[in-house]
Design a protein around this ligand. Structure first.
Ligand code: FEO
Length: 402
């Protein structure tokens, strides 16, 4: 059966959630699923804002048909062509033969790459700032290139100030009947997953997010309707401030994320000893992760939150231990910057890990290495305590100064 909710008068959420999904983009673990949002505007003309993923395809079609109450669909607006929002494009176009498809030139290029349906003669190609009147509601289109695909755009509804924001302001996590962020305990239920979504999906494109903010400064946003996660109708400054900070690569908190790789526990032991010394020096809010056990997306998300990192790993056949190598290269590819880092390597007969960790971190923009790095030979020895104390002093002093 259909399952819809009113977002605002004559604006209806026609999306749904998938809790069975294990990996978003077949890569990111999901503990609590994800929602795929789609919205229908009912006015003199009707407009459907994006569609959904294949996992909730039939529900979405039923929702749209129910919300239309027998009316024709006039416009299908495609803000984003990634397949998690496009499963029903062809079916909507087939079911509603008079529908006109609204997108920018890149939207239609991608449409033709993904689909075979001929929509020539049914396209409305929009450009920056162009408007489309539905009656009382008017949509104004802002291009959002590389937030996080090149064709992405957002649609601003001018009567109520509703921003249909594509993936921007989205989050992992299924919706549980509470459509609006103010109906949920967002901070506890969604914030970490919103950060993980941002850092891993959009993180590389901070300057493009900032450019979009600049463009949108000319309008008064009263509501944000993203393609994933809750709708924002109150306290918009909360999520806007988070996005501003994340896209500027500014840490939210002072604190240390200790990430280690350890084959037999010796590197872990060194990091644990260091962590205790940091605790003794008053460093609060430390997070420690075994990179072989915790998916990289969680650690990357933590690095978007915290100011400092400790990176520790052994050498593995003259290379950096592979899971740590993958994590650091992922972090670098996502463009993390403006952080401070301390490094420990470990080796038994030939040392590479320390050099390779250092090289990757030095290749990241404004990642400052602090303290003297430590290279352990198989296991940390009591006679190295002075080195560990010096590293702890350097990290604690750096955290204290901000
Ligand atoms: Fe949710 Fe970029 O697709």
């Amino acid at each position: 059966m259909y399952s819809i909710r009113e977002v605002a008068p004559n604006v209806i959420w026609v999306g749904g959630s998938d809790r069975r999904i294990a990996l978003f983009e077949n890569m990111f673990p999901l503990q609590n699923g994800v929602s795929y949002n789609s919205y229908l505007i009912l006015d003199d003309k009707t407009a459907l804002m994006d569609t959904v993923d294949a996992s909730i395809s039939s529900l979405h079609l039923e929702n749209v048909a129910h919300a239309l109450e027998g009316r024709e669909l006039d416009y299908l607006v495609i803000n984003h062509m990634e397949p998690d929002h496009c499963a029903n494009l062809e079916e909507i176009i087939r079911r509603y033969p008079n529908v006109q498809v609204v997108g920018n030139p890149k939207t239609f290029k991608f449409f033709e790459q993904f689909f075979h349906t001929d929509i020539s003669g049914r396209k409305i190609v929009v450009k920056e700032g162009q408007e489309l009147s539905l009656g009382k509601h008017t949509l104004r289109f802002f291009m959002a290139p590389m937030v996080h695909w090149p064709e992405a755009m957002v649609s601003f509804e001018t009567a109520k100030g509703i921003l249909f924001s594509a993936d921007a302001f989205g989050t992992f996590g299924a919706l549980s009947g509470n459509l609006f962020a103010d109906e949920t305990d967002f901070e506890n239920l969604f914030l970490d997953e919103a950060r993980r979504y941002y850092s891993n999906i959009v993180g590389k494109f901070g300057s493009q997010v900032q450019a979009l903010f600049k463009k949108l400064s000319c309008v008064s946003i009263q509501m944000i309707c993203p393609l994933h996660g809750p709708v924002w109708r109150k306290d918009l400054s909360y999520i806007l401030e988070k996005y501003d900070r994340w896209s500027k690569y500014e840490p939210e908190k002072k604190g240390v994320v200790l990430m280690y790789a350890s084959m037999y526990g010796h590197t872990e032991n060194a990091v644990s000893a260091l962590a205790n010394k940091l605790g003794e020096r008053g460093v609060a809010d430390m997070r420690m992760y075994d990179v072989s056990k915790t998916h990289s997306s969680y650690i990357i998300s933590e690095m978007w939150k915290y100011s400092h990192m400790v990176v520790a790993a052994p050498t593995y056949y003259m290379n950096l231990y592979f899971p740590m190598d993958a994590l650091l290269r992922d972090m670098a590819a996502l463009g993390l910057k403006n952080r401070k880092a301390a490094v420990l390597g470990n080796h038994t007969w030939a040392s590479s890990a320390l050099k390779e960790i250092t090289a990757i971190l030095e290749g990241m923009k404004n990642v400052e290495l602090i303290g003297e790095s430590i290279d352990i030979c198989s296991s940390l020895k009591p006679n190295q305590e002075d080195e560990l104390n010096a590293m702890a002093d350097a990290i604690a002093a750096s955290v204290a100064e901000g």
